[in-house]
Every structure is written in C-alpha cells, then in structure tokens.
Design a binder for this molecule. Structure first.
Ligand code: SAH
Length: 292
C-alpha cells in the first residue's frame, strides 16, 4: 500500500492528484524515498524490490509505474502501452523505441519490459521505460538528422543508441559514463542492437569519463541528456550546449526535478521544471562505488 504520509512529507504536494485518484492507482504505486543499499552486481543478481530503486523514475502516480509488466513480453507492446498511457505522443519516439529493443540492454534474467528502473551493477540502474520515453520526447526537436547529442551517465547505452538512430549517420551521438565496465558492456549491448552500424561507422561513440565535464570534442550539442541527478547544473554542460539547443537534466538531492534547459539563440538560458523524479546522483566514481 502507498504511504500517503510519505507523499506529503516529500514536499511535492502540488503534484499529487486527489486522494481518491491516488487510491485507484495503488496497485502500481509504492512510494519510497529511501535509497536502497548496494544493488546487486551482474554476477549475483538477486532481484530487489524494484519500487525501491532510486534511478530514472518519476515520482507519484503518473510516474512510478504505468503497468506491472506481467503481460508485457514484447518491446512493441511496451511501446504501445506507453502510447496508450499518453507518455508517448510522438511517432518518431515510438519508432525509435521499437527499433532499439530494451531487452538487449537489461541484465540477463531481468524483466525487460516492466515499467521500472532495473539494477545494472555499480550502484547504477537502467531508467524506467517511461523516463526514457519522456526524455526522448522532450529532446525530439533537437535530435533531428545531422544534429549532435550528448548522453551523460550513459549506463547501458540504451538512450545513446536511440539518439544515434534519431540523428542518423550524418549526426553525432556521444555517451559519457564514468564506470569503465559499464562503458564496455554498453558497447557490447549496442553491437547487438539496431544502432550497431552507427557505432561501427563512428557517428555513435561511448567514452569513459566524468560526464560533469561534458565531452568537448564533439561540442556544441543540439541535445544533452543527463541520466543522473546533479546538485546543480554543471557549467561545462551549459557551455557545450548550442544556441537553440536543449538539455534535459534531473537536478536536486533528496528532492529532484527534471529540468528542461533551453539555450536561446542569443545565448541566454531558460529553465523550467518538467516533473519530480528520483535518479541516482551525478557524482564521482568513488562516491558511487562507496554507495554515495
Ligand atoms: N541512462 C542510463 C543510465 C542511468 S543511471 C540508462 O538508462 O541506462 C545513471 C548513470 O550515470 C550510471 O550509469 C552512473 O554510473 C552514471 N554517472 C553518475 N555520475 C557520473 C559522472 N560524474 N560521470 C559520468 N557518469 C556518471
């Protein structure tokens, strides 16, 4: 059962729906604000209570989970669910999420199509499908063929692969991830995916590094996605955004908002909050491996 006091205690009441509406959603909603302990590693995947996972999940009824996943065993059906629930309205985003099969990116033995983040080891997770869809949609105009996209905290490589398909062979999609083992496994994932050719031909690349510094070699970017929550927006990422470019970044510590940062043609910055979310921190590698 959902704990309503937690909803109120988290300070985002303005986002919560009427209580009767919340109660209708309780089968899918279990709100926990506590970080869980160290997620299991790949080698010892002892499946946790996914509702405790902090990363890549919106808060509250609209967000926590759109379906339980028991009947979802196909990538296309997952996308259709996201469309039915109104998360995906763009055909382009539906197409790319159909093209990049999520099952390739989740650890073996994990339910690929459940609407929940999943542990990928190293205290990291692959974000929930609805968060991937939300971010792709927010960035769609900045992921046109030929454009440059940066994915900070690329993890499994799922979104970087989606970006690469959208910007195409004339564009550039760059993933930066600070756990080298995750970079290596993301490359293996992408090699099995529909984005393999783009990786081979060089319009898609994945790098080990501190994503708070961005990736200056391929800047400026039309689109920047950050897959971990920053206490504040890193200046190098703002600097590497092209005028007319857009960044989507979770900002905050305990309470986080998904911010949409637009760099206007004159170089000024506009920022708005899209929704409340819960992501793992954008931090140092040591802090992450220590468990934050
Ligand atoms: N969006 C990815 C991963 C989300 S989890 C996916 O869905 O697969 C957030 C990722 O950010 C983790 O893989 C974590 O290792 C990475 N991360 C955290 N801080 C970072 C930093 N300073 N630089 C680069 N990557 C970072």
């Amino acid at each position: 059962m959902m704990n309503l006091s937690t909803v109120i205690a988290c300070g985002c009441r303005y986002r919560t729906p009427p209580i009767n509406q919340l109660l209708n959603y309780t089968p899918f909603l279990h709100l926990h604000l506590h970080l869980q302990g160290r997620p299991p590693s790949f080698n010892n995947l002892n499946l946790p209570n996914f509702n405790l996972l902090p990363t890549g999940n919106c808060l509250f009824f609209r967000m926590e989970r759109f379906w339980s996943g028991s009947g979802i065993n196909k990538n296309k059906q997952m996308v259709e669910h996201l469309q039915r629930y109104g998360v995906i309205s763009s055909m382009k985003v539906a197409e790319v999420m159909e093209t990049i099969d999520r099952a390739i990116f989740v650890p073996d033995g994990t339910s690929a199509y459940v609407d929940s983040p999943m542990p990928i080891g190293y205290n990291a997770t692959i974000s929930a499908p609805h968060m991937h869809a939300t971010c792709l949609q927010l960035l769609e105009e900045n992921l046109q063929p030929g454009m440059h996209a940066l994915d900070v905290g690329s993890g499994t490589g799922y979104l970087t692969a989606c970006f690469a398909i959208m910007v195409g062979p004339q564009g550039r999609a760059v993933g930066v991830e600070h756990i080298p083992e995750l970079v290596a496994s993301s490359i293996k994932n992408i090699e099995k995916s529909a984005a393999a050719t783009l990786l081979k031909e060089g319009s898609l690349s994945l790098h080990a590094g501190d994503g708070r510094q961005g990736w200056p070699e391929c800047a400026p970017y039309d689109a920047i996605h950050v897959g971990a929550a920053a206490p504040e927006i890193p200046q190098p990422l703002i600097d590497q955004l092209k005028p007319g470019g857009r960044m989507v970044i979770p900002v905050g510590n305990m309470f986080q908002d998904l911010k949409v940062v637009d760099k206007n043609p004159d170089g000024s910055i506009s920022i708005r909050s899209e929704t409340s979310v819960r992501y793992v921190p954008l931090t140092s590698r040591d802090a992450q491996l220590r468990g934050y």
